[in-house]
Design a binder for this molecule. Structure first.
Ligand SMILES: *Cc1c(COP(=O)(O)O)cnc(C)c1O
Length: 468
């Protein structure tokens, strides 16, 4: 019988490989091209510093050939450090949560047309150039025209996000003056967007009217004074007050504002189109209807229900939008060519009636629970094994992105249990995968909702689940 070599604690620093020796190792050789020589040397130094402290603390052990063992250990650490460092910050993720507009996962996934448009515009493009005259053109003019076509507004302008749109519009029309807002609409939307704070930032003074659940036209009427510039209507987006409630119709607010020579501005948030009504999303303001009802300016997001890139869209009366465009803040808040490119493709799908089949957010919201059940059945057949059990259960998806919180589409969930692993362990291992899969947990089961998984990602999801 041969005796196993004893592993003993090593404390002799001279047994550590030198930086040069580590740089000549095969691990270093396979990293060099991707990392670059300087970064590789820095990594090798960091690894050896780490091992020197470990050695001093008596944390390293080796058998008979300590020198070789320490080189192996250094190579392993170098590989691990490089793996951490070369991780992509914004790699793709499979969203199996069923939350369609998932703010933490990048909100609206773009359509193929929008992705292609971004790639095309990435080189030179006619961003501020009029190809018919060869003279300077207006930035984003085509998108502005399309926004007018979609909403019936006279003019439009695009900024970085809806928060920027609200700040810019209030700065342009209400700085140093008063803005009247219902107490039921002084909301916080996703983290840092708080209506009273944005108002204060713009230099306007807030005048609250009505109560949390009920505000009447007469409340607005009584509050209008010499210094009032704007009636502001804010869509409460991510929450609803139900029961004994009242708010004036937007047409009545517009009429009141215009009688008194002030503006009605609506922060609509989500940017719903009439098409969404057909998909069952009925409690989000449709921008075209607000414009038709007389709102002077409406602001909304590009990456919520519109299903496009992050952007703040400002539509309204021509002379007002022109003033917004000339405001000094506009220059700081405007968007780049890639955003215009993606918006143009997204708006084109909406205008030509192809959005429900082409824009992912709408396509996902349109999917019926029967269709999702059929996809789930096929997937379950492919992944169930001796230790993984899968069951189909009825559940609810979510619109997300602070939109339509009460309208949760019915779905079919795949509920997974593992004989040796908890749901939390399965969830963590999916998250660590390539690509990572993000899923939900309930009652110690891992829940997969295919509503938000693109058909072309189903193969990757199947592989990730089979490997659990
Ligand atoms: C989402 C939302 C915002 C913020 O929009 P971003 O595009 O995220 O800046 C502002 N107002 C309302 C009403 C919203 O729903």
């Amino acid at each position: 019988m041969t005796s196993r070599p004893e592993k003993t604690e090593i404390r002799d620093l001279s047994l550590l490989p030198s930086v040069d020796r580590l740089l000549r190792s095969s691990a270093a050789g396979s990293i060099r091209d991707a990392a670059g020589a300087d970064r590789l040397t820095a990594l090798a130094r960091a690894v050896l510093d780490e091992m020197r402290s470990a050695l001093a603390d008596g944390e390293l052990r080796a058998g008979s050939n300590a020198r070789e063992a320490l080189l192996d250990e250094a190579e392993a650490r170098l590989n691990e450090k490089w793996r951490q460092m070369s991780r992509r910050g914004l790699g793709r993720v499979i969203n199996a949560t069923g939350v369609v507009i998932h703010t933490n996962l990048g909100r609206a996934p773009l359509s193929n047309a929008a992705r292609n448009a971004i790639v095309e515009a990435a080189g030179y493009c006619a961003l501020e150039y009029d190809l018919s005259t060869g003279a300077r053109g207006r930035r984003g003019q085509r998108v502005d025209e399309m926004l007018c076509e979609l909403t019936g507004a006279e003019d439009a302008v695009v900024v970085n996000n809806c928060a920027a749109a609200a700040l810019l519009v209030l700065s342009a029309f209400a700085a140093g003056r008063e803005v009247i807002v219902s107490r039921g609409e002084l909301v916080e939307i996703g983290g840092d967007f708080r209506v009273p704070d944005v108002l204060a930032r713009s230099g306007a003074t807030l005048r609250e009217v009505g109560t949390t659940n009920r505000t009447k036209l007469a409340d607005y009427e009584r509050a209008i004074g010499e210094n009032t510039a704007v009636l502001l209507r804010v869509h409460p987006s991510n929450f609803r007050i139900v029961g004994f409630t009242a708010a004036p119709a937007i047409a009545d607010l517009a009429e009141l504002a215009h009688e008194r020579g002030i503006l009605l501005i609506e922060d609509a948030g989500s940017g719903a189109t009439a098409e969404l009504r057909e998909l069952g999303i009925t409690d989000e303001p449709v921008i075209a209807e607000s414009i038709a009802a007389g709102a002077d300016i409406v602001t909304f997001s590009g990456d919520k229900l519109l299903g496009g890139p992050q952007a703040g869209l400002i539509v309204g009366r021509r002379e007002l939008v022109e003033r917004v465009r000339r405001h000094p803040l506009y220059r700081a808040l405007r968007v780049d060519k890639l955003i215009y490119a993606a918006l143009e493709a997204t708006l084109d799908a909406h205008l030509s009636g192809r959005a429900a089949g082409e824009v992912p957010v709408l396509k996902m919201l349109a999917a019926g629970s029967g269709e999702i059940r059929r996809r789930a059945e096929a997937l379950v057949d492919a992944i169930a094994g001796p230790s993984l059990t899968a069951e189909l259960i009825d559940g609810l998806s979510a619109v997300g992105g602070g939109s339509a919180p009460l309208e949760q589409p019915f779905t079919t969930l795949i509920a997974l249990r593992h004989s040796e692993r908890t749901a939390a362990e399965m969830e963590a291992s999916l998250r660590a995968g390539r690509p990572p899969v993000v899923a939900r947990i309930a009652d110690d089961r891992l829940l997969i909702d295919l509503r938000t998984v693109a058909a072309e990602d189903e193969g990757l999801l199947r592989d990730a689940l089979s490997a659990l």
